[in-house]
Ligand binder design. Structure first.
Ligand SMILES: *Cc1c(COP(=O)(O)O)cnc(C)c1O
Length: 387
């Protein structure tokens, strides 16, 4: 009988949470006993801790990363007639915050190496209506945020960082979320700092900006039952904050594990002779970036990505495609007039990218199995070419 091949999951949230189970129970129990399910002390404590971790003065909890982005734009009064420059190779929420407010996304192409917004292509897209730039620090690696902030500054534009995948990342040693006017973080369970439900946070160096974000996140209400602006209800609840405080304490170890896993994949794939123009390109690391590896992303050339992915699935090896369809090609945006240059690299990335399993608890033997399976695919592909 054939040996059942063990499953290598793309992500195992339970495995990563299990070591801290007792700490979670203790933290959650004290929330239960306090009865302060909203606005409990853990929320303010987490805000201060995330602010310190990201080297900013101010942080404001909210209900999700998507809400963080929406609140950022709302607080700046962005609406119809305004343009916001954003990549199309990103998660939908980086863009829906713009269109939800009636503003217009202007898509900028990505760099083929980092998959991040190409800073050198921003200026040609700026018009008198441009109000903001939303760089996305994709997969845990910062976009060229120094250059992006310079361009924004010289055109009087605001920078809102989508750091949903990049808590703890840095560029020139300065943390993600501390470069722009506002930083947006997500605590979705698959993110590097993942909660047990939804959650998000906004950061800013400017206390006035942070105060306005808090106003918008609380129905624009100040004082109680007096509404200054039309805000939304977007709160980080105390249970999430309690869980996240436990995980934030252990985040530096988790980042180190992710970095070790990425380094090991790089070595294993190179040693297996799989890296080259024809087969696989390893993820590029910008030397200025402190990469926190929310994802490990390969580029698979020659139209073989989908076959490789199917082969991995057959062999019980998890993989994902972030992202198969660029945002500007989504069905809901079919009527959107895209005032963008050619998004050549965006389209190519959607066809070539493949994300391998990466999470702090992934074992060396699981990584070996992933690499052996990838090698198995290319080996059999080579044989069938010869035959
Ligand atoms: C996850 C994510 C978001 C949205 O965060 P949620 O907490 O899921 O709402 C926004 N942008 C990017 C790039 C993301 O990866």
């Amino acid at each position: 009988m054939a040996q059942p091949t063990p499953n290598v999951p793309i992500l195992d949230v339970n495995r990563d949470n299990q070591p801290y189970r007792e700490e979670f129970i203790e933290a959650l129990t004290s929330v239960v006993d306090s009865g302060r399910f909203l606005f409990g002390p853990d929320v303010g404590d987490l805000e201060r801790e995330v602010a310190a971790y990201s080297q900013v003065e101010n942080a404001v909890g909210c209900a999700s990363g998507s809400d963080a982005l929406l609140l950022a734009l709302m607080s700046l009064g962005i609406g119809p007639g305004d343009e916001v420059i954003v990549p199309s190779f990103t998660f939908f929420a980086s863009v829906s915050c713009i269109t939800r407010l009636g503003a217009t996304p202007v898509f900028v192409d990505i760099r083929p190496d980092t998959f991040n917004m190409d800073a050198e292509k921003i200026e040609e897209l700026i018009t008198p209506n441009t109000k903001a730039i939303i760089p996305v620090h994709l997969f845990g690696q910062c976009a060229e945020i120094d250059r992006i902030c310079q361009i924004a500054c010289s055109h009087d534009l605001v920078v809102i960082e989508d750091a949903a995948q990049a808590i703890g990342a840095a560029y020139h040693s300065r943390p993600a979320g501390s470069w722009g006017l506002i930083g947006c973080f997500s605590f979705y369970p698959t993110k590097n700092l993942g909660g047990m439900g939804d959650g998000g946070m906004l950061t800013s160096l400017d206390p006035k900006v942070a105060d306005r974000l808090r106003l918008f996140a609380g129905h624009g209400m100040r004082p109680r039952y007096y509404h200054q602006v039309v805000g939304i209800n977007s709160r980080l609840d105390t249970f999430q904050a309690a869980v996240l405080r436990v995980k934030l304490k252990h985040l530096p170890e988790a980042v180190e594990s992710r970095q070790a896993i990425a380094g090991r994949y790089n070595r294993m794939l190179s040693d297996a002779g799989l890296v080259g123009d024809d087969a696989i390109s390893l993820p590029y690391q910008d030397p200025n970036a402190f990469h926190v590896w929310n994802q490990y992303s390969l580029r698979i050339g020659s139209g073989r990505r989908d076959n490789l992915r199917a082969y991995l699935a057959e062999q019980n090896v998890g993989s994902e495609i972030y992202y198969p369809v660029p945002v500007h090609e989504q069905e809901c945006y079919r009527d959107l007039k895209v005032a963008s240059h050619a998004l050549t690299e965006t389209s190519r990335a959607c066809k070539e990218i493949l994300n391998l399993p990466i999470f702090p608890g992934l074992t060396v033997s699981e990584q070996e199995r992933v690499v052996e399976t990838v090698a198995g695919y290319f080996g059999s592909a080579a044989k069938s070419r010869v035959a």
